[in-house]
Design a protein. Structure first.
Length: 488
């Protein structure tokens, strides 16, 4: 097995920065599609036609140079695209040909190490996307040249070819090949002891050489479950898997094999409630599906990756440009249970459609730090970071539903109370009587989004103003000291 840089220095870095699940619970993640984030020279005019499905020029050095843009939104971790060598024009990183070589279109091995070092100097974590399910070959399955696939250079390292027909058949999902004659994805035989051992050695080397703090694992449902525990143990860092399935009883049990999974079941509920304006009961049911040690197999809801945009699905704004609806979805995602994830471009209200439309170049926004959603995300992240740092019970507190109607939802996340609306920005201004907030009678609470102050009545509730469908986030003013929010 080839090693990229097995030095004492990288080993020391790994000891210093390796992060486990407990370390990641307090983090919020900004997802970067490396090719579409920033040029090395910081260009904001370089063209990028997403329909071409070709490289547009983003690099690791360009990302490093723009980390303040991310940090100033309050994010404490960055997730980047797969780093391995690719077939031609695989700008996204999921068509790999060699596990031990880095993608030269993104930069050098030294550039990647420099990115990790700079992130750590800013108190931020590095999460790297990895692909254990398949390699790639630009041609038909019967023409695969295994000699060009790096470590796995023999047919015995892969399942025998079979096309994917029935996604309801788990054996077929795990053993058959993705792709077609334009791009074949030979399926790695991860249940083979030798193959699994080589994968374990590779991931340990990868994490060590590049001081990686966490892994996002692609196509988890396409790999045999038993592969993951020793694989993640070899990595020695936090593992979050992609199980792109909306059924809770299918997705959540994968958390028994790794630290976390992306919360796709909740993604669909958030999309329906805020993008399509379905009944709030939809979100209530979604929250109830992931109770700790519940019947759906959700092991720890505070470690799930919560999101409502990514590089594989149409943007929220592709369906609706309503700012109040996306603000509500962001408030729920950033302040609720789990580890929140925001995909580059959400802060600029990008509106691309399905892949590849949702893979726009961020630099074309000019890295605008005054856009409404950039400021909204920064405020929510800063509140979360402040409360997490000063209240030990916050991160482990599972969100409680206090009350709801078809259009409003009242939630409690420890010391934070969240009132959400899906009426949209054309909703009238009106007064809502909160229910079951359990604030201390006579205290003053602050809506950190508007800085409005409200007195708490004898029942622990308050009358709050709902305006233009905007969310309300209430916190006792005593908890805001030193936060810089609303002047505290």
């Amino acid at each position: 097995m080839r090693s990229l840089l097995p030095t004492a220095v990288t080993s020391l870095l790994q000891v210093c920065f390796a992060a486990d699940a407990a370390d990641w619970r307090s983090r919020s993640i900004y997802q970067v599609l490396t090719d579409r984030f920033s040029w090395t020279d910081g260009s904001t005019t370089a063209p990028c036609d997403v329909a071409n499905n070709m490289y547009c020029g983003g690099t690791w050095k360009g990302l490093e140079n723009k980390l303040e843009y991310i940090k100033n939104m309050g994010f404490t971790a960055v997730w980047i695209s797969p780093i391995t060598e690719q077939v031609a024009n695989a700008y996204h990183g999921y068509y790999q040909t060699d596990l031990y070589l880095v993608n030269s279109r993104f930069g050098t091995a030294e550039d990647l190490k420099s990115l990790a070092s700079t992130l750590h100097s800013k108190g931020m974590y590095l999460m790297v996307d990895i692909v254990p399910n398949h390699m790639a070959f630009p041609g038909c399955p019967d023409k695969v040249d295994y000699g060009h696939l790096g470590t796995f250079n023999h047919p015995d390292h892969f399942h025998s070819y079979c096309p994917m027909h029935n996604m309801e058949n788990q054996t077929e999902v795990e053993d058959c090949w993705l792709g077609d004659c334009s791009m074949t994805l030979p399926d790695i035989k991860t249940e083979n002891t030798q193959v699994a051992g080589e994968m374990n050695t590779w991931v340990k080397t990868l994490v060590s050489d590049y001081s990686i703090d966490g892994l996002r694992i692609d196509s988890v449902k396409n790999v045999n479950k038993d592969f993951f525990p020793p694989f993640c143990q070899s990595a020695g860092v936090f593992c979050m898997g992609e199980v792109s399935e909306g059924e809770a009883n299918y997705t959540y049990p994968y958390q028994s094999y790794m630290d976390s999974v992306l919360d796709y079941p909740l993604y669909y509920a958030v999309t329906r409630v805020f993008q399509q304006q379905s009944n709030m009961s939809d979100l209530v049911v979604g929250l109830a599906a992931c109770t700790e040690n519940g019947e759906m197999g959700c092991k720890d809801p505070t470690l799930l990756g919560t999101f409502f945009e990514n590089h594989d699905n149409p943007r929220f704004a592709h369906t609706t440009q309503d700012l109040s609806l996306v603000k509500n979805a962001l408030a729920f995602t950033l302040l609720g249970d789990g580890i929140p994830i925001v995909y580059q471009g959400q802060e600029q209200h990008y509106a691309g459609g399905d892949d590849p439309g949702c893979r726009e170049a961020l630099w074309l926004s000019g890295f605008n730090t005054t856009s409404p959603l950039y400021k909204h995300i920064a405020l929510l992240n800063n509140l979360r970071n402040h409360i997490a740092a000063h209240r030990s019970t916050y991160l482990g507190y599972q969100t409680r539903v206090l009350a709801y109607t078809a259009t409003e939802l009242q939630l409690r996340k420890d010391t934070i109370r969240i009132i959400l609306s899906n009426q949209g920005e054309k909703a009238p201004t009106w007064t809502l009587k909160t229910q079951g907030m359990e604030f201390e009678s006579g205290k003053t609470v602050v809506d950190v989004l508007s800085c409005a102050k409200y007195g708490v009545d004898g029942n622990g509730d308050a009358d709050v103003q709902m305006e233009a469908g905007e969310p309300v986030v209430l916190v006792d003013e005593s908890a805001l000291g030193g936060s810089s929010l609303c002047g505290y």
